[in-house]
Structures are given as C-alpha cells and as structure tokens.
Design a protein around this ligand. Structure first.
Ligand SMILES: Cc1cc2nc3c(=O)[nH]c(=O)nc-3n(C[C@H](O)[C@H](O)[C@H](O)COP(=O)(O)O)c2cc1C
Length: 182
C-alpha cells in the first residue's frame, strides 16, 4: 500500500518527523511510506495554480497516486502549522487530489493535550469543499501523543513508548482496512 506522509514540522530534530520515520520502519512490510518534502513548496499563489512550480506538480502527483495519506503534525498556536496548511491549499485547487483520499491524522506535542486542537482544525480543513478527504472517523481513532519528549529514545529520537506503539499499531491496522474499504 503506497502512502504519502505529510509532516507539519520542518525542524531538524522534530518529534513529529521522528514519528514519521518510526512508522516508515515499523510498518515497512505493510506500508510503503514516502515522506513528502512540503517545506520545499512555495507559498500558495492563485496566480500560479494553473501552471504551478515543479515542486507543487510533483507533490500533487504523489498524493494523486497514493492509496492514502498520513498527516503527522505538531500543534502551533492551537492550530495546524502554516507549512501544512500551505501544502493542503495547493492540493485543494485545480486537480483536487485529496477528494475521497483516505487520510489518517496524528500528532505529538510537548504538552499533555497532544495536538487535540490542531487535529480538530485539521479535520475541518480536510472536510472543506476543495479537500473532501475521507478521514479515518473519530471515536477512539484520534492519535494524540502528549508529553512526547518522554516517549522517544534520547539517543536515536525514535518513538519507543510501548503503550503508544501498540496503540499506533492498532490504529494503523484500522487505517489499512479503511483504505481497502474506500
Ligand atoms: C510557534 C509554536 C507554537 C506552538 N504552539 C503550541 C500549541 O498551541 N500547543 C502545544 O501543545 N504545543 C505548542 N507548541 C510546542 C510544540 O508542541 C513543540 O515545539 C513540538 O516539539 C513541536 O513539534 P516538533 O518537535 O515536531 O517540531 C508550539 C511551538 C511553536 C514553535
């Protein structure tokens, strides 16, 4: 199953990027996860949307060709980081590549609430007319990783907290079934 991952942090030592890399390795047999380089996308500009820069074309093609998308994001000021919103905005215009695309969202923060506000915003964004993604339904499927600094290995940066990993395994299996059902 081919999956594109969007990571909402550009920071070199980003916890969210580390989780994306942990998932890439851990689910290798089940999922082929490619992490999109959303930091290389220019700011969305309506004047360019019909003939966008190459980086945008490639990004949109990668989503169009994927079986599903996993969004792994921190929360910035109670919402999604601008870099992630920018990527979704490009994808929501002309060829609307998110329409009916299965999407799973998760996120990690230093605080206890584990991106709950950001993910609530994200679900709204993903429901908007230009996006219309099929998001793994809530109701036990919210993956909110709070206090992430206590759940990663300080040397490797990899997610090592067993409870979180088992929860993630369960939700990834659910997402795989969801992708197959769409
Ligand atoms: C601009 C900015 C805004 C932030 N706002 C929030 C917030 O609203 N809620 C929260 O839990 N953490 C917030 N944080 C802290 C992040 O959880 C923390 O920086 C986290 O490590 C970012 O994810 P990363 O490690 O993947 O870069 C904010 C951090 C920054 C830099």
């Amino acid at each position: 199953m081919n999956i594109v991952a969007l990571v909402g942090s550009l920071r070199k030592d980003s916890y969210n990027m580390q989780i994306a890399k942990t998932m890439q390795e851990r689910y290798e047999g089940q999922l082929n996860i490619q992490i999109a380089d959303i930091g290389s996308l220019p700011f969305y500009d309506q004047d360019q949307e019909n003939n966008p820069p190459q980086s945008v074309k490639e990004f949109k093609e990668s989503i169009a060709n994927a079986d599903g998308v996993i969004i792994i994001t921190p929360e910035f000021n109670w919402s999604v980081p601008g870099v992630l919103k920018n990527a979704i905005d490009w994808a929501s215009r002309v060829e609307k590549v998110f329409i009916n695309k299965p999407v799973m969202t998760l996120g990690a923060t230093l605080g206890m609430l584990g991106t709950v506000r950001a993910q609530m915003h994200l679900r709204e964004i993903l429901s908007s007319p230009g996006v219309q993604a099929r998001v793994l339904p809530p109701g036990g499927n919210e993956i909110l990783i709070g206090l992430v600094q206590q759940k990663v290995d300080v040397k490797t940066g990899k997610l090592v907290d067993e409870n979180t990993l088992h929860f993630l395994d369960d939700k990834v299996n659910m997402f795989i079934d969801f992708v197959k059902s769409v």
